[in-house]
Structures are given as C-alpha cells and as structure tokens.
Design a protein around this ligand. Structure first.
Ligand SMILES: Nc1ncnc2c1ncn2[C@@H]1O[C@H](COP(=O)(O)OP(=O)(O)OP(=O)(O)O)[C@@H](O)[C@H]1O
Ligand SMILES: [Mg+2]
Ligand SMILES: [Zn+2]
Length: 387
C-alpha cells in the first residue's frame, strides 16, 4: 500500500476526535440531538485546525444510518461513501480552483433535485473566500432559502474576505489555534500508535513550531520520520526545525545582559552571515525581551512551559536574576527605536549594532518612588521630627 502522510491518515472521524475544538463539537452535537440544525454554516479559523474535517464529520452525522450518540458510525454505507469521497449527494467544491460564476450557477440549478441516498444533499464549499463577487451574489438567494433537503457548509481561513451578506446567512463557528498542551498530548498518542520513539521535549519543540495548527505539527513529524526513521533524537529535531537560530538569539541576549560588547557584535555578525534578515533578527529580539519580561514578572507556576524551548526557561530565569524589570523595559524601547530606524535608513546593520551597544550600557533607572524614599531617609537623618 502506498504511504499516506500522517495528516491524511489521521483525519478526525468523529466529533470527539477533533482536538481543541470542543466548543464547536458540543454545539453541533446539541443541534443534531435537538434536531435544530441550521441550513448554512460558516467554519472559519487558522489553517490546519480541523475545518474541513469537521465539515465532513457533520455531513456524516446528518446522513448516518446508525449514529452513535449523535456521532457518525463510520461503518454504514453513507458514512463509508462520504469517507471515501464518492457520495454523490455530497458535493465538495474547492472555491480556490472553481471561483467562477458558472460553478455557482450549476449549483443553483442542481440544489432543487432531491438527494439520491442521503437525507441531505450537502454542499461543502472550501476556501470560500476565493469566490468572485459575482459568485457570492449568485449564491446569496440559495443560501438564504435552500430547499429543506439541502445543507451548506462553507469553510475559510479568511472570513474578512467574505461579504457580510453571505456571513449573515450562515451560522458561524470560529475554530481556534490548538492549545499547546492539547497538541502535545495528541502527538503523544500519535507517536505511541506509530511506534515512534521521541522525547516529550521534542514533541514540545514540534508543537511550538506548529503555532497552533495540527496539520503543520503532523507534517513536521512526518518530515522527521523520513529523516530519522522511528528513533528521533532531540538534536535532529532542533536542527531540522530550524531552532538553532533561537538559541543563538538567546546567546546574543545573554551577552547584552552581561554587557559584553565584543561578544554581542560577533554573535550578531554570525546571524547576519547565516543569511538571516536584519529586520527578522530585530523582531525576534523583541520577542526574546518580551519573554524575559514575562519570566521576570509572572510566577513560574503560571508560565506555559510549552511556550519555551527545552532549557530555555532555566536560561531565562538565570538571565532575569541579573536584570530588573525596568532594564528589560529599556531594552524594549531601544529595540523599538532600532526597528523604526532600520525602516528609514539605508544602513540597517549599523543601526542595529549601535542599538545593541546602547543596550549594553543600559543602567537601572531609579524610579520616582525610590527617589522619594531616599529623600525621606536623608531628611530623617537630618531632622528626626519629620516623618
Ligand atoms: N482539531 C484537530 N484535531 C485533530 N487533528 C486535526 C485537527 N485539525 C487538523 N487536524 C489534522 O490536520 C489535517 C487537516 O485538517 P483539516 O483539513 O480539517 O484542516 P483545515 O482547518 O480544513 O485546514 P485548511 O484551512 O488548511 O483547509 C487532518 O487530517 C488532521 O490530521
Ligand atoms: Mg480545509
Ligand atoms: Zn454511519
């Protein structure tokens, strides 16, 4: 049998398989249970978070011959045909490649015919934001009052591009980025099933680089398997997912905090020589300072450890012991200045170097409260009557 990538092999089959979208599954199951299912849905949210999968699950749940607690059985004829993509009553339209009016006209012609086998004729229009204005307009009437045997499920990553006239005719469901903890737990079950040996630390790294999209996480895992087979070690993960750069940025920040100008400039030079864009380095530094400020001010128990690379949290704790929150604020201001300057200047590299040198000389500013306390103390020494 030909190899199927994980993201296809593991397409969620029931509402309960959808990770991190419990709010949506629950509402849809309730609607099915009480037989109050809308005629048009809009599934919107970031890529790879389960929109298309959920559209298929909903379609199956509505047409299944023997649903189990309102979930599709995945075994009856309708479920099997929908899973294989051969159900004639389920029409999946990829709006990215069928943007034109002719497809919507055809759809308008065909909606009136009853379904052949299923209870509902279901139109899944994926990437719906790609339709032309003319197509959207042609869709409006049908979307507002389709025949009772028709359901529409529109899916998009970009609801801003959908006319409000269309949005207001649909029940909208917002898919969210999948929380790191949920994603790590899911990946653990995947690697167990696939008999892959990989550390929790590496699964955290994959999760971090996927920024909330499950498809991206599974695609990274696939790539790592094809490089390393069933034994995936941490260093491979770090190098393949390009996270070495993060470590170098941390080293740069450490040198700034240690006021080691020589080291700072040579680390910066290294990053530039590796072909990293200067603007990107500045943005990443800004994120490092933000993370350091978080570590400085938020109790460790409340920090989301998934948001940090392995060892990073320990490093940040060590670094924040050496600086005040005020100094971190000053770093941030300087980086903001650098960001503005590099946009206006033709000498971006020099601007950053000057900014980094400035960061190395930041002194802790004395706040107004400290000045008042110091004055009071000196007054007290002079005249013990004043309080
Ligand atoms: N919430 C989720 N739970 C479990 N797996 C998921 C989830 N979301 C995505 N996946 C995985 O990613 C694959 C692709 O998901 P799906 O096609 O449903 O995403 P999508 O939101 O439609 O993405 P796109 O916006 O790119 O069309 C699925 O087959 C599954 O392996
Ligand atoms: Mg999709
Ligand atoms: Zn079924």
């Amino acid at each position: 049998m030909s190899y199927l990538v994980l993201a296809r092999k593991l397409r969620p089959m029931r509402f309960q398989d959808l990770v991190g979208q419990g709010h949506i599954s629950k509402t849809l199951i309730n609607a099915i249970r009480s037989d109050r299912v809308a005629h048009a849905f809009l599934f919107t949210g970031p890529r790879g978070t389960g929109k298309t999968s959920c559209a298929r699950i909903l379609t199956k749940a509505l047409n299944c011959h023997s649903p189990v607690e309102n979930e599709p059985c995945n075994a009856c004829e309708n479920c099997l045909e929908i899973n294989q993509g051969i159900a004639t009553d389920i029409i999946e339209i990829d709006a990215a490649s069928n943007r034109g009016i002719e497809h919507i006209r055809e759809l308008r012609e065909n909606v009136k015919f009853s379904p052949a086998k299923c209870r509902f004729k279901t139109y899944i229009i994926d990437e719906v934001h790609m339709l032309t204005t003319e197509s959207f307009n042609a869709l409006l009437k049908t979307l507002e009052e389709p025949p009772s045997h028709v359901k529409f499920i529109l899916a998009t990553t970009d609801h801003h591009k959908i006319p409000t006239t269309v949005m207001s005719r649909c029940q909208r469901y917002d898919f969210t980025n999948i929380a790191s903890a949920d994603m790590v737990n899911y990946l653990k079950t995947v690697v167990e099933k696939e008999k892959i040996s990989i550390s929790d630390m590496s699964l955290n790294i994959i999760t971090k680089s996927a920024t909330g999209g499950m498809r991206d996480a599974l695609t990274s895992l696939d790539m790592l398997i094809s490089f390393s087979g069933n034994q995936i070690d941490d260093e491979k993960v770090i190098s393949i997912l390009g996270l070495n750069d993060a470590r170098e940025l941390d080293a740069l920040m450490e040198a700034v905090i240690d006021r080691d100008v020589g080291k700072v400039t040579s680390l910066f030079q290294n990053l530039v020589e590796k072909g990293r864009s200067i603007a990107r380095i500045v943005i990443d530094l800004m994120a490092v300072v933000k993370d350091l400020s978080l570590v400085k001010t938020v109790p460790t128990t409340e920090l989301k450890w998934h948001d940090f690379l392995p060892d990073q949290l320990e490093l940040y704790q060590r670094l924040t012991d050496k600086v005040t929150a005020g100094i971190l604020q000053q770093y941030f201001q300087i980086i903001l200045e650098i960001e503005g300057q590099i946009r206006r200047s033709t000498q971006a590299k020099i601007c950053v170097e000057m900014g980094l040198i400035k960061m190395c000389s930041v002194e802790s500013l004395v706040g107004v409260a400290e000045i008042i306390t110091a004055l009071r103390n000196s007054d007290k020494k002079k005249s013990p009557v004043i309080n």
